[in-house]
Structure formats: structure tokens, C-alpha cells
Write a protein that binds this ligand. Structure first.
Ligand code: NAD
Length: 305
């Protein structure tokens, strides 16, 4: 297969001073993309700032690539996109990767723990993507990656704030994929599991050693390539493995015996096991399919009444 390249493309990778973002930035630059290495440079909980994006830019340049550092907070995403435009004149690829943790059990979670997580993950992705969007629309080309987490999809003790924000990014992906479709803007979500400072005290040492961000970077890079076919997808990746994730809906059940019967709390209880049965579950791919399904249910309801 011909090498997949990014010559002429400009990529912004947020939170690229370390961890996964650094691996994405290095790989894209090695394949010809001009890269904005954004990183606020704060601690794991979002406190403070520093210039550790510089080391990544140096590494890219030392290898013959093109990159510029940007130290803005993703909450001011328009400034990051401006860095791309000022330095490289365009923006083609945006990887919303910046992230922090403020883990607390829900009882102890403060407004600040909640707000800061939502600001960085959700509002940061909104602001940065929003600033890039008009350029994507005008040039009829754009590739956007959101970064979710298994903690959001499945829940995780002590991460109510993070889980909520990470699932918010899946919702954002779903709608932006629809709004971007006619402009050739593809928006997808990655669900990574990798060794980084966010996971160093969570993953056992032998797993930490194996779970290199470099094993996820090719998946994300392909999802940013002009030949990538899909949009609105959630892709789980770790250890050189990738898989699609989506919600399915079970066939469900009518919550009463006869058409003339009322639906009562008791009838709901009676039919609950069938409502929960996921045998013959289906994946409704698009809102249009959900609407068709709803119309069918209305017809069925009218026939039964
Ligand atoms: P990391 O801490 O190495 O990288 C995150 C980077 O984001 C840091 O360099 C940090 O300085 C930067 N950052 C934080 N707040 C910022 C802000 N406001 N503006 C700009 N930059 C900011 O951690 P990582 O594991 O590489 O995480 C990358 C992304 O992947 C995060 O969104 C994280 O939630 C997500 N994620 C990681 C894992 C994993 O297993 N490592 C699992 C699920 C999700």
C-alpha cells in the first residue's frame, strides 16, 4: 500500500506536550503535516502552566518536520486556530486531545472539580472546533477527532465529572458529523487506553509499560486522513487494536396485554424483563432511522388502540 501522507495539511493537536497528543503530533509531522503543538503545560489537575510543547516541537524539527508551539488554554480555542492560520495559512485537521483529571467520589466533588473538567474537555473541544469550523466549511474539508474515555462510556468510581464530560464529547461528535457531512467535514471520537501521566497510578506497571501511545497514534492518524471513509464513529483503541463502539436498542415490548388495557406502573413491572431483553437488538445508525422507527411505533400503537 502507498504510504498515507499529510503533505499540505495543517493539523492542530491540543494537549500535545506529552502522552497521546505528543505521539499524534510526531506521527502526523513525520508524514508531512505542519503541526501546531498546543499545550497549556499545567499539572494533571489543570493547575499551572509551562512551555513543555517546546520539547515536542524541537523533536519534530530535529527529525526534519514542521511544527510550531502554542501555549493557549483550549478554553480559548480560537487563539489556537489563529496560531495555525498565522503560521501555516490554513487548518485541515483538529485533534481535541487536551485533558485533565479531578477525580473525587461524588460526595466530595466540588463545583470547581465539576466546572474545570467540563471547561477543559467539553467547552475546550467546542471552542477549538467552533473556531476551525468556518474554515472547514469554506474549504469543504475538515477532519476532527474528539477524545472520549471508557470511564465515560461505562462509568468509573470517582470520575462523575470526567465521565459526564467525556460522554458529552460523544454527543458533540454525533451532531457535528451530521452538520459537517455536506462539507466533507468528518468528525469521529477516539476512546484510547494508554500509558501517560493520567494513567501512571491507575494501570499496573507491566500494563503501563506495554500500552504505548504510539500504538494508538496510527489509528488516530488514519481517522484524520483524507481517505478515511467514516464519520460520527466512536473507535476504541489500545495496544495496536481498534474496534467500533455503538449503542444498540432492544426490540422492547408493549407494556399491556390488550389494546384496551391501560399502561400502569404494575404492567410496566410485569413486562420489564422483556423491555430489558437485548436479544435481537439493532443499531440505529442515524436519526432518520430513529424517526422511521418512531413512525412505525406510532402506526403499531394506533393499530393496537
Ligand atoms: P496527558 O496528561 O499526558 O496529556 C494531556 C495534555 O493536555 C497534557 O500535556 C496537558 O498539559 C494538556 N492540557 C491540559 N489542560 C489543557 C488545556 N486547558 N489547554 C491545553 N492543554 C491542556 O494525558 P493523556 O493520557 O495523553 O490524555 C490525552 C487525552 O486522552 C485526554 O483527553 C484524556 O482524558 C484522554 N484519555 C486518555 C486515556 C489514557 O489511557 N491515557 C484514557 C481515556 C481518555
Amino acid at each position: 500500500m502507498d504510504q498515507l501522507r499529510f503533505d499540505g495539511r495543517v493539523a492542530v493537536v491540543t494537549g500535545a506536550g506529552g502522552g497521546l497528543g505528543k505521539a499524534y503530533a510526531l506521527l502526523l509531522a513525520s508524514r508531512g503535516a505542519k503541526v501546531v503543538v498546543n499545550d497549556l503545560g499545567g499539572a494533571r489537575d489543570g493547575v499551572g502552566k509551562s512551555n513543555f510543547a517546546d520539547a515536542v516541537v524541537k523533536e519534530i524539527k530535529d527529525k526534519g518536520g514542521i511544527a510550531v508551539a502554542d501555549y493557549n488554554n483550549v478554553v480559548e480555542g480560537e487563539k489556537i486556530i489563529k496560531t495555525a492560520l498565522d503560521n501555516f495559512g490554513r487548518i485541515d485537521i483538529l485533534i481535541n486531545n487536551a485533558g485533565i483529571l479531578r477525580d473525587r467520589s461524588f460526595t466530595k466533588m466540588s463545583d470547581q472539580d465539576w466546572d474545570l473538567i467540563h471547561l477543559v474537555h467539553l467547552k475546550g473541544a467546542f471552542k477549538t472546533t467552533h473556531a476551525a469550523w468556518e474554515h472547514f466549511r469554506k474549504q469543504k474539508y475538515g477532519r476532527v477527532i474528539m477524545t472520549s474515555s471508557n470511564a465515560g462510556i461505562f462509568g468509573n468510581f470517582g470520575q462523575a465529572n470526567y465521565s459526564a464530560a467525556k460522554m458529552g464529547l460523544v454527543g458533540l461528535t454525533n451532531t457535528l458529523a451530521i452538520e459537517g457531512a455536506k462539507y466533507n467535514i468528518k468528525v469521529n471520537t477516539i476512546v484510547p487506553t494508554a500509558a501517560s501521566r493520567l494513567t501512571e497510578d491507575i494501570l499496573p506497571p507491566e500494563m503501563f509499560e506495554a500500552m504505548k501511545p504510539e500504538l494508538i497514534a496510527p489509528v488516530v492518524a488514519y481517522m484524520c486522513h483524507e481517505s478515511f471513509p467514516d464519520t460520527g464513529e466512536v473507535i476504541d483503541s489500545t495496544l495496536g487494536h481498534a474496534t467500533r463502539m455503538y449503542y444498540v436498542r432492544g426490540p422492547g415490548v408493549v407494556l399491556k396485554k390488550k389494546p384496551s388495557d391501560p399502561v400502569t406502573i404494575e404492567s410496566v413491572k410485569e413486562y420489564w424483563p422483556q423491555a430489558m431483553d437485548m436479544k435481537n437488538a439493532v443499531h440505529l445508525d442515524k436519526m432518520a432511522e430513529v424517526t422511521v422507527d418512531l413512525v412505525e411505533r406510532i402506526q403499531d400503537f394506533e393499530e393496537r388502540s
